[in-house]
Ligand binder design. Sequence first.
Ligand code: GSH
Length: 259
Amino acid sequence: MDYVEPNDARERPGLRLVLTTGVPGPWGESAKAIFQVKKLDYVPVRQTAAETNDDLVAWTGIRNAPQAVYEDEPARTGWEEILALAERLRPEPALVPADEGERALMMGMSHAICSEDGLGWNRRLQLIGPMLSTPDADRNPALAGTRMLGRDYGWSPEATERANRRIVSILDFLAGQLAKQQAAGREYLVGEALSAVDLYWAAFCAMVRPLPHEHCPMPEMMRVAYGTTTPEIDAALDERLLAHRDLVYERHIGLPLDF
Ligand SMILES: N[C@@H](CCC(=O)N[C@@H](CS)C(=O)NCC(=O)O)C(=O)O
């Protein structure tokens, strides 16, 4: 992917998407997948993980990614506002169901995957926890970036402890919903068609079961970290959920990923 620097991107019209370079960040991959399904063109803009990203902050006021910036509107940074922007700019194909009950379920499930205290959030706390629990964690210069992530995303020893329970509970819920849908002869997580939650599941699944290197050429260290799970997470990772991730990539997003 050819990234534009923030100082150049801010001068450009249209839709710009700030992404963490070199890694498949699940929130960023979700935004890319939504834009891809809707065939919305955007200018990819550089953000570097665990750094201060001063030029970006000078432009949008926000340090991390993703950020979707349309014309001179404020940057959209949350998964829900990025989805709302995409639905407004390109209503078809709709990724939010029209039926109110299905919409509420779809948004609730997406919240469980993407929001604070959700699957991705807790998995991140679980991943950085061991590094921030070492005896010299508060002064080791090699951990400056990890400390920044810990501060920005609310790490504490208690947070690591409950993260595993939250992750397993959310995986169980997703597996149960997919089983219900399949029993009713349906292929997707909600309703009859693809919706945003299918894209979120495909992207966030990487944090517990990364795609193979030929489909997702991420740094080896990150693959090992993401792929090292707990016995409870392994047990909760239903084969059908993994097969659903594959279907979504093959049919709607396309592989290999480019980041
Ligand atoms: N603001 C997003 C979450 C964004 C987020 O957690 N981004 C992370 C993962 S992609 C990030 O930018 N990490 C690298 C960093 O903080 O430098 C939301 O609420 O949906």
